[in-house]
Design a protein. Structure first.
Length: 148
C-alpha cells in the first residue's frame, strides 16, 4: 500500500503537547498512530509552535522555551522537515490574485505553497477555514466532533 503524505499544521502539534485540552490532545496524538502516513512539517511550523506554546497569555500551562525545544527535538526526529521553497517568477503575484491573499493569509499560503512544491496534498489542521481556499489539497480535521 502506498503511504500518504500529510502536512501537520501548528495547531495539531500544540494540541498534542498541551495538557489543558485533554480531549483535543488525545485526538491530535491519534493522528500519529496511522502507520500508513508520512508526516511533514516545515521551519515555519516549528517557529509558530514556539511562539504559541510559550505564550503565557494563551495558556495557563504554557511551556518554557526549554520545554518547547525538547518537543521540537522530538518533532524533528519523528517527522520529515520540508523546506519553504523560493517563489518562482510570477507565482507569488499570481497566487495573490488567484487566492485573494491578504495580510495574515500569507502564512497559510506559505504552508500551502510549501506543501504543493513538496508533493504533499493533505493537511491535518483544526483550522479548515484557513485552507478551504486551496481546492487541490485535502483537509483533515481530527477535531470535527469536538467542541472547540
Amino acid at each position: 500500500m502506498m503511504m500518504k503524505n500529510i502536512f501537520i499544521d501548528t495547531n495539531i502539534l500544540v494540541y498534542a503537547t498541551q495538557t489543558e485540552f485533554l480531549v483535543h490532545r488525545e485526538k491530535a496524538i491519534a493522528i500519529f498512530e496511522n502507520l500508513e502516513m508520512n508526516y511533514f512539517i516545515s521551519n515555519q511550523i516549528i517557529n509558530e509552535y514556539c511562539n504559541v506554546v510559550t505564550n503565557k497569555n494563551l495558556y495557563k500551562n504554557y511551556l518554557t522555551m526549554a520545554d518547547a525545544a525538547f518537543n521540537i527535538k522530538k518533532f524533528v526526529e519523528d517527522f520529515s522537515i520540508v523546506s519553504i521553497p523560493s517563489y518562482k517568477p510570477h507565482s507569488f503575484e499570481e497566487a495573490v490574485e488567484k487566492y485573494k491573499i491578504e495580510r495574515k493569509k500569507i502564512f497559510d499560503f506559505s504552508i500551502y505553497y510549501t506543501m504543493i512544491q513538496n508533493d504533499i496534498y493533505a493537511i491535518a489542521t483544526a483550522n479548515e477555514k484557513d485552507f478551504i481556499i486551496f481546492p487541490d489539497i485535502e483537509i483533515i480535521n481530527p477535531f470535527k466532533e469536538v467542541q472547540m
